[in-house]
Design a protein around this ligand. Structure first.
Ligand code: MRU
Length: 349
């Protein structure tokens, strides 16, 4: 990876994020100081992607606490708990958000601290651990995933599961970065990913920024590309993976998995352990976020659908485990039978 993107920066106890709504036109970091700013950043997708949401939530709780200047320990715990409840309400599907917040809250329950400042030190350490662990996991996913990529491969991806969606490297894009660092030639097809165009605005931009060849297609072209171009594989990220391997990811992933299966193309899901939710048995229990209908009927601030039309806008769908060839995690590659192998490899997080 020639130039590393850092979507989240924690520096001198201040939190900065790349405002991803401004990409690809403008690459700029904005600072986040208050609970309201953190909630807005998540809801508007200034920060997005499952692992990045977890990392962001960890630092956001620390920074909200510092900026609210609690009077005593009880006051600090109230601020933390209320902020955690509010941040958990922002987006329901990516489990990493809930996982990271619960890790931060566990520090409060499980540690001894005598002052607000010692509590803040402990929380900052835990948020930093989450950040570093997720970066390491992504790199390791890339190393395992790279073992599946041959020289001159062509890979299709959906949404953005790259550096912008994590700390560095990404999940689905990590094997591609590692393969390219090793000198392999890999060509990526990026689905544009309607309605919010994470593929066009973010993946196409991120890969171009890293100097990796990428071709952008509309979502409804994937079948034709599979038929014509003989794609070697599909690699996507994930927002939540149930115990049986059913996987929630950006809307459109499910259809892509059916196309891949029909065409006999391997379909890989890359995700760190923090994206597995072993408390739910299958995908029917994954909450699917429904977003503002305006995202569908407006394009570039221009209305493209009649006034008063009924609109349904689910932001994620669930790919059934049987359409997935394997999960690429930081602990290794998980093949079927998924229920048994996921619990053996991810069991204790
Ligand atoms: O709505 P978004 O942009 O947060 O959706 C992101 C995705 O669906 C990603 O594929 C997923 O979070 C994996 S990111 C490594």
């Amino acid at each position: 990876m020639s130039q590393r993107l850092k979507p989240i920066i924690w520096e001198n106890r201040k939190l900065y994020i790349i405002d991803q709504t401004l990409l690809p036109k403008t690459l700029t970091h904005v600072s986040i100081e208050t609970l309201e700013e953190a909630e807005e950043a998540i809801k508007l997708l200034k920060i997005r992607g499952a692992p990045a949401l977890g990392i962001f939530a960890g630092f956001a709780l620390v920074c909200i606490l510092i900026n609210r200047k609690p009077k005593n320990i009880n006051d600090a715990i109230d601020i933390l708990k209320n902020s955690a409840i509010a941040i958990k309400k922002t987006r329901p599907t990516a489990v990493n958000l809930f996982w990271a917040i619960d890790r931060i809250l566990k520090v409060v329950h499980n540690s001894n601290f005598e002052s607000v400042s010692s509590l803040i030190n402990l929380l900052e350490q835990e948020a930093t651990n989450i950040y570093q662990e997720e970066i390491n996991a992504c790199k390791q996913i890339g190393i395992y995933g790279n073992s599946l990529i041959k020289n001159n491969s062509t890979v299709l991806t959906h949404c953005n599961a790259g550096a912008l969606a994590t700390g560095e490297y990404g999940t689905a894009l990590s094997p591609i970065y590692i393969a390219s660092e090793e000198g392999k030639k890999v060509h990526i097809y990026a689905d544009e990913t309607r309605p919010l165009l994470q593929g066009a605005r973010l993946t196409a931009w991120e890969l171009q920024y890293a100097g990796i060849p990428v071709t952008l297609i509309c979502d409804n072209m994937a079948g034709q590309v599979m038929k014509e171009k003989k794609l070697d594989m599909v690699i996507v990220g994930a927002d939540r993976i149930a115990k049986n391997g059913d996987t929630a990811n950006k809307i459109g992933t499910y259809s892509l998995s059916i196309l891949a299966r029909y065409h006999g193309i391997p379909f890989y899901v890359c995700a760190p352990s923090s994206t597995f939710d072993l408390n739910i048995s299958d995908g029917s229990q994954i909450p699917i976020e429904e977003r503002n209908p305006d995202e569908i009927c407006f394009f570039n601030n221009k209305r493209n659908a009649p006034e008063g039309i009924s609109i349904y806008n689910p932001a994620f769908d669930v790919t059934p485990a049987e359409n997935i060839t394997a999960f690429i995690t930081e602990k290794g590659i998980i093949y079927p039978p998924f229920e048994k192998n996921i619990s053996e490899m991810i069991g204790i997080i």
